[in-house]
Design a protein around this ligand. Structure first.
Ligand code: SF4
Ligand code: SF4
Length: 153
């Protein structure tokens, strides 16, 4: 009983102090934590088609097709079934796949939420946030040492 009263008091305190925790989206742009995991960005230029991301993915979100010379033909990501665990990003040896903070994407059908490599390449950074820099600075520095800049095009 005391716990209920305490929680009601907390609710009333926040209800009456005039603070607002909601925004009028999409007129107002929400702040997204640097650790938020949104849709992926993929760099075909970086990818070595090792398939590690496809193998580690726990629910078959990533689908890679190679030609008979083991060169990449297709990289499809079924974003509608992704659980944003970030295992694909962690396992990639060349940082070819990263999760952005981008959450503004929709689709009317399941097929609309299958992104091919061109669509993944064109996923915009959310508010210009670079997820590697905000989450793991040392890893970002390592990326920078390779090419001079982060270049997920
Ligand atoms: S974030 Fe997790 S579920 Fe989504 S594609 Fe990567 S490994 Fe698969
Ligand atoms: S783990 Fe990285 S390099 Fe390997 S196929 Fe996936 S995106 Fe490409």
């Amino acid at each position: 009983m005391i716990g209920i009263l305490q929680s009601m008091a907390t609710t009333m305190k926040h209800a009456l102090d005039g603070q607002t925790f909601t925004i009028e989206y999409p007129e107002s742009v929400p702040h997204v934590s640097p650790r938020f995991r949104g849709v992926h960005k993929f760099s075909q230029e970086r990818c070595i088609w090792c398939r590690q991301c496809e193998i580690v993915c726990p629910n078959d979100t990533i689908e890679i097709k190679l030609d008979d010379k083991r060169q990449g033909e297709e990289y499809n990501l079924h974003i509608g079934q992704c659980i944003y665990c970030r295992l694909c990003e962690e396992v990639c040896p060349v940082d070819a796949i990263v999760l952005t903070q981008q959450f503004e994407f929709t689709g009317d059908t399941k097929a609309d939420l299958v992104y091919n490599k061109e669509q993944l390449k064109n996923v915009p950074w959310y508010k210009g946030l670079d997820p590697l820099a905000s989450r793991e600075p040392t890893r970002s520095a390592w990326v920078g040492e390779i090419d001079g800049e982060i270049d997920y095009q």
